[in-house]
Ligand binder design. Structure first.
Ligand SMILES: NC(=O)c1ccc[n+]([C@@H]2O[C@H](COP(=O)([O-])OP(=O)(O)OC[C@H]3O[C@@H](n4cnc5c(N)ncnc54)[C@H](O)[C@@H]3O)[C@@H](O)[C@H]2O)c1
Length: 266
């Protein structure tokens, strides 16, 4: 558990919080004193995750919320406001990612629409519902979870386009919300060991050598960055994307391997 208490008295809503990065964010912010509403479209699992946090002595509640449904999003935000008497932080972690078809032409319109709807429009729905409450808080912050897929080609066309769109929405909403006292930022993870990689454990282990810092990420690596951007430590930061990827996108590992270990002269 974190040894600082930056979120004492804060009310926080996290989407996609049943597992993975969303769950780690909820645990981190609650560990720093926040009251957290964990939401997910998987109610049994988000109930379990919140109960586990309560067993650790943390202030955590859970609710069903599919970010594809504006009515459900509005209800979840209203529920958080009821619970906490307001809302200080929104964390958008829910996303949808459909594997690409082998040929680009065979990707379905339905899969494209679904990934964009959950990943980009879902975050917009949550921001729209939460913004008036975040503005009333006086210390409101939104942190969304992007992806290195929004920066480079790692496959997954629709998901990648949605994550790039989320970086743009982060900037434009930051511009709008600044005058209302709300900061809006994005954390951009590289590969993180979560259930999103279930059944592909060999692949995730095989990716470690591509990471200059020698390993893939853990959900806690991302939660620490979210906590920073949501906190008053980041009081003068808005509209930014914080890349948390072990150096993946900054360092051209393939180039270094060839030049320094493969005998090429560059
Ligand atoms: N794991 C990675 O390698 C990685 C890398 C970069 C970015 N990310 C991003 O991190 C975030 C969390 O991913 P994760 O790896 O923890 O995934 P995960 O699969 O472990 O958890 C995602 C959670 O989101 C929930 N969810 C999915 N669709 C939803 C919807 N429509 N409404 C509400 N909840 C929904 C799922 O039920 C699940 O509990 C996502 O935005 C993802 O794109 C993950």
């Amino acid at each position: 558990m974190a040894d600082t208490k930056r979120f004492e008295g804060y009310g926080v809503l996290v989407t996609g919080a049943a597992r993975g990065i969303g769950a780690a964010v909820a645990r981190r912010l609650a560990g720093e004193g926040a009251r957290v509403l964990l939401t997910d479209r998987d109610l049994p699992e988000v109930d379990k995750t919140a109960a586990a946090l309560r067993d650790e002595g943390l202030d955590a509640a859970s609710a069903l919320c599919d970010v594809a449904d504006q009515t459900a999003v509005d209800a979840a935000v209203a529920h958080a406001v009821d619970l906490f008497g307001g809302l200080d932080v929104l964390v958008n972690s829910a996303a949808g990612c459909t594997p690409d078809a082998p040929r680009f032409e065979d990707d379905s319109d339905a899969a494209w629409a679904r990934d964009i709807d959950i990943t980009l429009t879902g975050a917009r729905r949550c921001c729209r519902a939460a913004l008036p409450h975040l503005a009333a808080s006086g210390r409101g912050a939104i942190v969304s979870i992007g992806s290195v897929n929004g920066l480079q080609d790692f496959g997954n066309h629709a998901y990648s386009a949605a994550k790039a769109g989320l970086a743009s929405l982060t900037r434009t909403l930051a511009g709008h919300a600044a005058a209302r006292g709300v900061r809006v930022n994005l954390v951009v993870p590289g590969t993180v060991r979560t259930s999103a990689w279930e059944g592909r454990e060999d692949a995730i282990d095989g990716l470690a050598p591509l990471y200059p810092l020698g390993r893939v990420g853990e959900p806690e690596d991302i939660a620490a960055a979210v906590a920073f951007l949501a906190s008053r430590d980041a009081a003068w930061i808005t509209g930014t994307s914080l890349v948390v990827d072990g150096g993946l996108t900054a360092v051209n590992t393939g180039f270094h391997t060839v030049v320094h270990h493969g005998g090429a002269t560059a």
